[in-house]
Write a protein that binds this ligand. Structure first.
Ligand code: BV8
Length: 243
């Protein structure tokens, strides 16, 4: 399938969904999730760091991994792919539902609205255990991680770790969008992580599902079209208005 064919499908689609993964932010300089970990974390698989058990076992190490990622994300900018999606949403209010597995906040920074963030947000924190009155009575003590001065409850990144439920209302909205769309663009995801990848499969049944990825992914065999290219190159070509 060519770019032109998919552009034709998009023109005829009233309800568009876009599902993005880590590859969406690669051209902004954010390493993809399954890229080799760098530095201190080179010997860990992300699946082994992004879990509650890992955090409880070694809170400082996991907290530092997130602090490093926060610092990296603070220093990058949305790329042409993020901007193309945001501009399309502005030109066609309500026609494109954006679902992301990413926690970097770059879609919002590009101007996208009502982003369905399946896996939470890197820059937000929450209490590890349900907060008691003491946790809410004063700011947490600074530290790696910060903690409640009275009971020691830890702060943790407000992201969804492996083995944790996705926010039910976000997942329900994403599921609804996937099951009722005419077309879903699946951009920059290996299609390994569930239930996110299941949304792409649901969209392939409801309408057309198009993969945008420079490499092969687990979703290629279910796609109606596979466009071999990057987010920052192909999304502006797919989503820009006719000249
Ligand atoms: C749950 C937040 C249940 C944290 C993340 C076996 C089979 C099926 C499922 C499972 C299984 N075993 C376990 C499970 C469940 C598990 C899972 O799916 N595991 C995987 C590893 C098999 N899922 C869960 O645990 C989920 N929860 O199921 O709960 C439950 C139910 C009830 C009660 C309790 C529990 C939670 C999953 C969420 C985990 N959190 N992130 C953090 O970020 O630290 S997931 C993490 O992976 C990121 O969010 C990332 O986005 C996501 C998916 O990875 P990708 O985005 O695809 O990134 P990846 O690096 O893999 O690929 C990048 C792609 O980009 C590549 O294809 C590459 O070619 C492409 N690319 C590169 N450059 C570009 C590009 N594309 C375009 N342009 C470019 N320039």
């Amino acid at each position: 399938m060519t770019l032109g064919t998919v552009r034709g499908w998009l023109r005829g689609a009233n309800r568009i969904a876009v599902l993005t993964g880590a590859g969406m932010s690669a051209e902004s300089g954010v390493p993809t999730f399954r890229d080799a970990q760098t530095g201190l974390w080179a010997r860990f698989r992300p699946e082994d760091l992004a879990t509650e058990a890992a955090f409880r076992a070694n809170p400082g190490n996991v907290w530092d991994w997130y602090a490093m990622r926060r610092q990296m994300v603070a220093g990058v900018a949305p790329n042409a792919g993020h901007i193309a999606i945001a501009r399309f949403q502005q030109r066609h209010p309500g026609r494109l539902t954006l679902i992301t597995q990413n926690v970097d906040g770059l879609h919002e920074r590009a101007g996208s609205t009502s982003v369905l963030a399946l896996h939470g947000r890197l820059l937000d924190d929450k209490w590890l255990d349900p907060p008691r009155a003491c946790c809410l009575a004063q700011p947490p003590l600074d530290g790696r991680p910060p903690r409640c001065a009275a009971c020691g409850n830890l702060r943790r990144p407000a992201v969804v770790w492996f083995g944790e439920m996705l926010p039910p209302e976000v997942l329900a909205a994403a599921d609804e969008a996937a099951r009722t769309c005419d077309l879903m663009l699946v951009v920059g995801t290996s299609g390994v992580v569930y239930p996110a990848a299941g949304l792409a499969r649901a969209a392939a049944t409801a309408g057309r599902m198009v993969v945008v990825n420079p490499e092969a992914s687990e979703l290629d065999d279910t796609a109606h079209a596979v466009l071999r290219g990057t987010a920052a190159t192909l999304l502006p070509q797919l989503l820009q208005e006719e000249p």
